[in-house]
Design a binder for this molecule. Structure first.
Ligand code: ADE
Ligand code: ZN
Length: 338
């Protein structure tokens, strides 16, 4: 039974829309890169790293996540990290990935755009040629840092504006409302980029409306707390704003006490366009396929529900309409062939 659910999920063509590339750094690779770059880690071995992955909330995770990212130094490191993720996502039926990266985590350590961007782009080219995957990059601003640093980051990325798909907003949420980043987003949108933002993970529903009003966000990352405000919920439904939800992340960071309590299905039943994604899979114990399976088991999702979620994900991409139409046909063909 579990085997067939897992097979069904992995065969479904789907998009991953909420994935932090720095959150795919598996402990094994962390050690490998630390050795390659002569960096001392505060852990004796891989098991000790995994033992440290016991989080109480978002901040307790972010502290460890930023620490781990320090092993990423050379162009090859970023290339290896991106390719490993794309290969793994491909085995889960991901045909399109819109991948977040956190430039400020790297630039503040002296690792610049000219290091990580060529690394990411080389891996993406290879995944396109060898795996047939379609990949976009979304540059995220760290919201615990000031709005003018986000603007400086936007300017520092100037050589790469034309290869970016969009901008996003992540890191510590509570007390860091979206309006601080209005100017950075205005510049990015003026350059033709798409806009998304984390909101309603730990922060209140007003951060969701703030992301729509001040940042013109086209998708909301997480959005769990939308359920607390009928007006916010109605906006998401009326304007078909997708939520990129990450159930195993929400469980690991205590946004929900039990997966069975997750509101994904309730929101779906109220007409919200929900999707399932993995957020930081190396830290939260599951890639996108694991998230689909665990959520289906906890919430009793049917194959029809899972199909709708995969369909939502393909429709919610920022890919050209002809690509979306092709993936949706592949989804229909997959269902028809069963
Ligand atoms: N950065 C990486 N994962 C994140 C999350 N779940 N929320 C906010 N910022 C993040
Ligand atoms: Zn996230």
């Amino acid at each position: 039974m579990e085997r067939s659910l897992s097979d069904f999920v992995r065969g479904l063509p789907k998009a991953e829309l909420h994935l932090h590339i720095e959150g795919t750094l598996e402990p094994e690779m962390m050690f490998e890169l630390a050795a390659r770059n002569g960096i001392d880690l505060p852990y004796p071995d891989v098991d000790a790293v995994r033992d440290a992955y016991s989080f109480t909330d978002l901040q307790s995770f972010l502290d460890i996540y930023y620490l781990g990212a320090a092993v990423l130094v050379t162009q090859q490191d970023f290339d290896d990290l991106m390719y490993a993720y794309l290969e793994r996502a491909h085995t889960d039926g991901v045909v399109r990935a819109e991948v977040f990266f956190d430039p400020q985590t790297h630039t503040e350590r002296g690792v610049g755009f000219d290091v990580f961007m060529p690394g990411f782009l080389a891996a993406i080219d290879r995944a396109s040629a060898e795996l047939g995957m379609s990949v976009g990059l979304i540059m995220c601003f760290l919201r615990h840092l000031p709005g003018d640093e986000a603007c400086e980051t936007w300017e520092a990325a100037r050589d790469y504006h034309n290869v970016l798909l969009g901008v996003g907003l992540d890191s510590s949420e509570v007390d860091f409302p979206p309006d601080t980043f209005e100017e950075a987003y205005r510049r990015a949108r003026a350059a033709g980029l798409h806009a998304v933002a984390h909101a309603g993970e730990e922060g209140p529903p007003t951060y969701i409306s703030g992301a729509l009003d001040h940042l013109a966000a086209e998708r909301i990352d997480h959005g769990v707390r939308a359920e607390e405000d009928d007006e916010v919920l109605a906006r998401l439904v009326d304007h078909s704003i997708p939520l990129t939800m990450c159930p195993l992340s929400n469980l690991a960071l205590n946004v929900v006490d039990r997966l069975e309590d997750h509101n994904l299905k309730r929101l779906m039943d109220r007409g919200v366009k929900v999707t399932i994604n993995s957020d930081d899979p190396a830290y939260f114990g599951g890639y996108i396929g694991d998230n689909y399976v665990a959520t289906a088991e906890a919430l009793g999702l049917s194959e029809a529900d899972l199909t709708l979620i995969a369909r939502n994900s393909l429709e919610a991409t920022f890919a050209p309409p002809e690509d979306k139409a092709r993936w949706l046909r592949e989804l229909d063909d997959y269902l028809a062939a069963r």
